[in-house]
Design a protein around this ligand. Structure first.
Ligand code: FAD
Length: 353
């Protein structure tokens, strides 16, 4: 393929993509990214009252531990662990959980965190800028947009909080190269839903009859687009996900307007399945709505239900002890015993046979 300009913003895969640009068999170029694993654990809100995040700046092995109140729960997390495994599969293992629990119990003994407070985990890789001399302690949170050869830029490092700045740097360089005579406008463009300010108290009044918690969470996720979601029809505010207050109206809106292809996408747009039950009680209802709103056939919706539950499973498996394990057994019984989901034969598999 012949192109005039490439922006390689593939996160921890930046080096892999650069390698594809090299002649077959050519030695690997010096790494630009140092993948660094972060592990997070979600616990019940009762662990940390108030809205203030806390940090334990030094633990026994030098890592930082933080506790951040977040959407009715608390996230406990560690910072960087140097990572050498497969890029697609970072996981939070039992050692990570034990470590977070030990540090947390030592730092906040009165909190008495127990296994029953653990909701889920997740792990991810940060695409940190690699130090040219290979010194891990020099790896920082800075970001770089570097020209690797004329017309090809690699974007490395940074944070979620700097993504627009990085995009602006890359877009300006690309526009200059293409002689487009334009500059990036991201710093002047409001995020979708934030174009107009919306007052929560006035919204609650406007949507009389709909619970405040539903109005508040819809507003939080969609800003002034709330009026496209919670209109007067009753089905629009029937709850599908009780943990995150996601309504049928919000799901219909996401399916029709927010480029949602499966339940994992739907989770990203609406937070469905991210609460304490981790999708056990809402995933099948959501799958049904894909069929109702012509976004999937029933075969496709069963398949996406299995994929979604498998994804959620990755996050809850590391914290399955005691009560949590009992709850998951209950969910397994619903999906497997009652719905027989494990026995469903999908069309594509049937065709292969
Ligand atoms: C556990 C954890 C917690 C974090 N917490 C915070 C935080 O609280 N605040 C904060 O500011 N930052 C945080 N970060 C950092 C932040 O998530 C990353 O810095 C940021 O996601 C990097 O953005 P990116 O676009 O460069 O890479 P990514 O977000 O990884 O995006 C790269 C994309 O490229 C795609 N891709 C890869 N290869 C190809 C290809 N060949 N073709 C097409 N697409 C491709 C991938 O699928 C991916 O979607 C956290 C990171 C982790 C791991």
């Amino acid at each position: 393929m012949l192109v005039r300009c490439v922006v390689n913003a593939t996160g921890v895969w930046v080096d892999a993509l650069r390698q594809q640009d090299r002649d077959e068999g050519a030695p690997a170029a010096q790494a630009m990214v140092a993948p660094s694993q972060g592990v997070h654990m979600v616990v019940d809100r009762s662990f940390l009252a108030g809205d203030t995040a806390l940090m334990v700046p030094k633990t026994a092995d030098g890592r930082v531990l933080f506790a951040v109140p977040w959407l009715g729960k608390v996230i406990l997390g560690t910072t960087d662990t140097d990572y050498k495994g497969a890029l697609g599969e970072p996981t939070c293992d039992e050692a990570d959980i034990r470590y977070i629990l030990e540090v947390t119990s030592a730092a906040f003994p009165e909190a008495q965190l127990t296994d029953a407070d653990l909701i889920s985990t997740w792990a991810g890789l940060r695409p940190l800028v690699a130090d040219r001399n290979g010194n891990p302690s020099d790896i920082s949170r800075r970001h770089e947009v570097k020209m690797h050869e004329p017309g090809w830029w690699d974007v490395t490092g940074g944070k979620l909080t700097t993504y627009r700045l990085m995009a602006e740097m890359a877009a300006d360089l690309a526009c200059a190269k293409l002689k487009a005579g334009k500059k990036c406008r991201t710093h002047r463009t409001p995020l979708p839903g934030s174009e107009r300010r919306v007052d929560q108290a006035r919204s609650v009044k406007f949507f009389t009859g709909i619970p405040n918690s539903v109005v508040g969470s819809t507003l939080y996720r969609h800003g002034h687009r709330i009026r496209n979601i919670l209109h007067r029809e009753k089905r629009n505010y029937g709850l599908i996900c009780e943990c995150e207050m996601v309504t049928e109206g919000e799901i219909e809106y996401a399916l029709k307007k927010l480029n949602v292809r499966d339940i994992v996408d739907l989770r990203r747009r609406t937070r469905i399945g991210m609460g304490p039950c981790q999708g056990q009680l809402c995933a099948y209802r959501a799958a049904g709505l894909f069929v109702k709103y012509d976004s999937a056939t029933s075969d496709e919706s069963n398949k996406m239900l299995v994929d979604f539950l498998e994804e959620r499973w990755k996050g809850i498996k590391p914290v399955l002890w005691g009560d949590a394990l009992r709850e998951v057994e209950f969910g397994y019984w619903i999906y497997q015993g009652l719905f027989g989901l494990g026995d469903v034969r999908f069309e594509e598999e049937a065709e292969k046979r």
